[in-house]
Design a protein around this ligand. Sequence first.
Ligand code: 5GP
Ligand code: MN
Length: 341
Amino acid sequence: MQIGSNKIEELKSYLATPQRIVILAHTNPDGDAVGSSLAWAEILEKQGHSVTCIVPNRFPYYLEFMPGCQNIVIHKGDKEGRAEAAVRSADIIFCLDFHTMTRLDGLGDVIDHNQHAKRILIDHHLDPTEDFDLMISYPVASSTCYLVALLVEQLYGAEHISRTMAENLFVGMMTDTGNFAFSSVTPDVFRMVAVLAEKGISIPDIHNHVYNSFTEGRARLFGYVINRKMKIFHNGSVAHMSLTADELRRFWFQQGDSEGFVNYPLTIKKMKISAMFTEHTDFIRVSLRSRADIDVNIFAQRYFHGGGHKNAAGGKSFVSMEETLKHFERCIKEYAAEGRL
Ligand code: 5GP
Ligand code: MN
């Protein structure tokens, strides 16, 4: 895959002289959001720009090994106003790994205070909104990290990818492809992995940091939710699980602990859709996964104010957990009646 040459030329023109740059990623930042932000920040700083990475809220503790992550400004609880100050004075705002400003929660209002900055999207989600001056949007790409790696190659050459950039990029490429198992994986993804591996990264170390560094509470919470909270219906083809704030507290929940749980019901043969509902302060977070041709992006858009990808999408619910689960079951019926399931 290649990024279109017109987009590369336009990007080059924006970056021709040193710029004040802000890089934003989405709420509940994952490996792809953090990895792409850090790698993009590193190359831009090396090119003489001044860069601030901002995320709306904390990233999971098991991503704290990622090189440079201590410099990311976390907007929620940012008492010194660093995020707002950086946004206000920015010449360019890069939006990474999300497709609509609603994915920024409160940070979206902050962006609106700066109307002069160029807004540039680098993303791989379906149906991006039109809020951007330049859209580097490739929904076929398996991760935003892969897109950033391509951008660096095409703008500056692969020799400019440092070892730390390679580590950060590998994290997002690995996590967003389910360990290089999803249908979005192409031969060129493996070519890029080879480019990164040649920088001397330790793939086993990265794998251990991301997948084998959880707390005991997370392991017990996982056992609990699968054993006690998984409901399977629609002839064994749909599963839902839920966690209330109270249940999360009982297992010493930390941000990121329930990441990946939603994938597990899909290990059951014949399962087509899996849904996970997690209670937050003001809403219930919805995570959806599906197999093959079943489209949860449309489902999330239609029923849960969300979106994402065909096989991995999310959204929000603003009613009680009980009503949310009932709503989900009704929506499944409707979706199935339309022949979409
Ligand atoms: P996850 O279940 O891992 O939180 O999210 C799966 C996918 O759905 C991600 O690609 C994510 O960007 C998208 N997604 C999650 N939550 C939302 C949401 O509230 N709104 C939209 N538009 N997309 C979401
Ligand atoms: Mn991503």
